[in-house]
Write a protein that binds this ligand. Structure first.
Ligand code: UD1
Length: 364
């Protein structure tokens, strides 16, 4: 009998963490990966296109949870996933990242005494105003096996009193996804479709509640982008939350009236990564993009007060900025010829193999 492993995915940043592991486990003789999509993200360009790009099959189970407040999303996911666990009886449940489904599913499974694994464990922004930080703390305090991407993850967990035996450093699984589809990313050349040239534009993504949910903050950000766009064209794929708020606060026109800012719908993995590969700089509040820019050696300005990924600053190409600092910092990047940065250890495209080994030792 193969070990039945539920791989939980819910929202856009989860798909590239689950895909390499799904492929690794499907090729093994001991594991049967089962894809469970909770449905937190449901639009074609927030979900389905990632399944196609990352060559994932249709999910085995789709819980169809959809949008809602945090408690609604978390509660509905726990109810639906507890029922699925009771019926499908997985041997192991693996959750990734820090979205609401991560914390919901780990709780449901643990109370049914199913062994649980958290991939991307130990990250801490030390900012409990972020919903993701609450999800991380909850998940790490419950899961049986904690797989970390970098040494700071191990240190945070040990500081919180987690037993050393539960922690395994496996590296960054997102680099596996990137390497898995690198040839297609390189072929895509999405910048051509926008009439841009490699190295001659910046790429922007912003969607955190702390940046886009209040009119004053969002307006300050838009004004900063308009200033930066005087020196370099900017491509800004709009997350649904961001678009909704730009429209609600009547700010979208600030971006649309600026000739050197191109707004687009959210992009699929290959399209987005092809833009990222050739970007001169990045302005973001995403967690994953801080890591991808470090891996690719692209200067990254992160519009946040803190980061749960400090290694991207200590070793990589990332720096935290306020909105007001964005124009000057982007100008500084454009003037400098070299980008200093190193790739952290174990961000090598082989994380899925290490994860599979760690799960196997838990399952036997
Ligand atoms: C969630 C994650 C966040 C992650 C982000 C990536 C949590 C707490 N947050 O935030 O960590 O960085 O995903 O995108 O889990 N919407 C659509 N179509 C969709 C999905 C959402 O229109 O396919 C709309 C929703 O109606 C809602 C908004 O987008 O208005 C936000 O969606 P939600 O999933 O609640 O949170 P995110 O901001 O995406």
């Amino acid at each position: 009998m193969k070990t039945r492993i539920h791989l939980i995915c819910a929202a856009r940043p989860n798909f590239m963490k689950v895909a390499p592991l799904y492929h690794e486990l499907s090729g093994s003789d001991w594991a049967q990966p089962v894809l469970v999509h909770t449905g937190q993200h449901y639009d074609v360009n927030m979900s389905d296109s990632f399944f196609q790009d990352l060559k994932l099959p249709e999910p085995d189970f789709h819980l169809g949870i959809g949008s809602g407040s945090h408690a609604e999303q978390t509660g509905k996911t726990m109810i639906a996933y507890e029922k699925l666990c009771t019926e499908d009886k997985p041997d192991v449940v693996l959750v990734v990242g820090d979205v609401n489904a991560t914390a919901a599913c780990v709780q449901a499974a643990a109370k049914l005494h199913i062994p649980t694994v958290h991939l991307e464990a130990g990250l801490r922004s030390n900012d409990r105003r972020m919903p993701e930080e609450i999800n991380r703390i909850l998940t790490d305090s419950i899961a049986d096996l904690l797989l970390t991407p970098s040494p700071d993850g191990d240190e945070n967990l040990l500081r919180e009193g987690i037993a050393k035996e539960k922690i395994v450093r496996v590296g960054n699984i997102m680099m596996d996804s990137l390497e898995l589809v690198r040839p297609r990313i390189e072929e895509t050349k999405y910048w051509e479709k926008l009439s841009l040239k490699p190295g001659e534009y910046g790429l922007v993504t912003l969607h955190r509640p702390s940046n886009v949910d209040t009119p004053e903050k969002l307006e300050e950000l838009c004004e900063a982008l308009v200033k930066s766009a005087k020196e370099i064209s900017l491509v800004f794929p709009l997350h649904p939350r961001t678009r909704k708020n730009l429209e609600a606060f009547a700010l979208l026109h600030l971006l649309e009236e600026c000739e050197s800012i191109i707004t687009t719908e959210p992009l699929g993995y290959c399209d987005f990564m092809s833009l990222l590969f050739a970007a001169r700089l990045v302005i973001t509040d995403s967690g994953g993009i801080q890591e991808e820019t470090t891996y690719l050696g692209i200067p990254c300005l992160t519009r946040r007060d803190n980061t749960e990924r400090p290694i991207t600053i200590a070793l990589g190409t990332n720096q935290l900025v306020t909105s007001a600092e964005i124009p000057q910092k982007s100008s500084d990047i454009l003037k400098s010829e070299v980008t200093d940065g190193r790739v952290p250890e174990l961000w090598d495209g082989k994380t899925a193999q290490r994860v599979a080994r760690a799960i196997r030792s838990l399952a036997v």
